[in-house]
Structure formats: structure tokens, C-alpha cells
Design a protein around this ligand. Sequence first.
Ligand SMILES: [Zn+2]
Length: 308
Amino acid sequence: MPLEILGKMYEKANKEYYAIGQFNFSNLEFLQSALDAAEEMKSPVIVALSTGAIKYGGIKNLVALTSTMADQISAPVALHLDHGATLDDVKMCVDAGFTSVMIDGSHHSLEENIKLTRQAVDYAHANGGITVEAELGRLGGIEDDVNVDERDARLTDPEEAVRFLEESGCDALAVAVGTSHGAYKFKGENAIDFDRIKIIKEKLGIPLVLHGASSVDPESVAQINEYGGKIEGAKGLDAESYKKAIERGINKVNIDTDLRLRWTATMRKLMVEKPGEFDPRKYLGPARDAVKELIKQKMKLLGSAGMA
Ligand SMILES: [Zn+2]
């Protein structure tokens, strides 16, 4: 089917308390992994491009590829801009055929964030009713040397979120509740503020988004290190944390690091075990399959499997 407006996919997820996975990509194989997984799991799926990925693959190429592939399956697919920084980023993606965009003004002042988000919303809504995700709070991650007050100041404030929603008109909100981007999410134990998710959800009622939510699969990390890689001290979310966050109102979970780790682990092993191999399909193919299996597991975990 044609690319779906993300807002439409959110309606059911928001009502029935499950989350849709956002899987980042920048090449053909990752896209195949995500769409094949969605079709097999009968799950809605969000595939996302960062501005870096757009630069890598070319916006026209990537949009054409995504919509052509989405046309051939029955599971709904949304194409989303991850972390748009400027109004120009948003306009470029809306004009190119994305069905959802994120405008990330979280590093600006509250006033500036509201203003930037409002402009993005006005443009996206007027041009095809495209869904807009905003971010409030800072996803810096939690360091051991940050005290509780400092930590609190970085997390999304529920009262501020009410004002932000009223004035910006965003459709979905990425909340800072203790997760962080990358492979090194926590120095200590998982420290997600689950109550905060619940409070914000009750006040806002809109879909909430969890960024930096890879589990940083220890098996992938071990395999990478076994075959010559060097990734130390990486740590992410456990299955229980996903469940608790989704029960409290998270409707979109962004997963990027896990896919990269699984891909790299598969490639490293093959490169070592088959030193004579030089047909790219012989190592890209298995990496693609491994990422697809991982995405299928995530869809089950998020509750989106069977919802298409
Ligand atoms: Zn993010």
C-alpha cells in the first residue's frame, strides 16, 4: 500500500497501548529487513532517515525505494525524518514525500522550541497532513556524577509539556525520561523514570516517543568483540523496561543501535569464517536476514505484531 501517514497508525496504538517500532536505515538491505519483518509479523512499521542518512543515500533515491517497496506489501509503512534540526529539513522531507517528520528543538529554550515546532507543524499539516514529532527535555543520558536535581532538570517536565503541546500543536512528543542515544546508555542500572511517562501521558493524551531505546543486545556485542571488534561497557534497555514504558503510554520506540550491532556482528563473523568470499551478496544477505529476525522480535516485544 502507499506510504501511510504516521498519525493514522498512531490512532489505534494510542487507544490500545502498544508501540510501533521506528527502525533507521540508509541502504537497501536495512529497508528490506524492516519491511519484510512487518509483512511477516502483520505489523505497522516506521522506517526513518536522519539527515546524515539522507546525505548518504540521496533523498530522491531513498524515498522512491521506500514507497516502491511499501506499495508491494500490505503492512502499513510510514517514512519518518529522525531528528530534523531546522525548518528547512522539515520542508525538504515533507516535499519529498515523507509521512512523518521530527523537529528537534530540545536544545533551544522553551520559547524557541515552541516557535520552531509551531512552524514545522504549520508547514507539515498544510502540506498533506504530515505528522510532526517534537522533543522536550534533554536526552543526555545519565552519568554517575550528575545529581538528582540536575537529572530532573534534564527530564521532560509535565507542566511544561502541557504548555508546549498547546502552543506548538505537535502530534507526538519525544520525552526525556532517562534513556540516551548510542550503545552506552547507562553506567549503573537502568534508570528510567516510568512514573513521569504516566503523568505526561495523562496530561497530554497524545502518542509519546521513546528515543535511545535499543537493548544493546549482549550477544551482538560479544560476537563483535569475539571477531576482532572492540565495544566495551555497552548497556541498554531490558524487555521489562519496554513493557513498563509502553503500559504507561509510549507509542513509538526508536531502535537504531541494536540493528547496527547485529549487522556488524554478522558481518564480522562471516568475514573471519569465509576469508575467500568476495560476492557482497554472500555477506550482506545474511546480515540482512539477521537484522530482519531482530526486528521481528522487537515487533513482538512492542506489541505491534498482528496489529496491521
Ligand atoms: Zn533520537
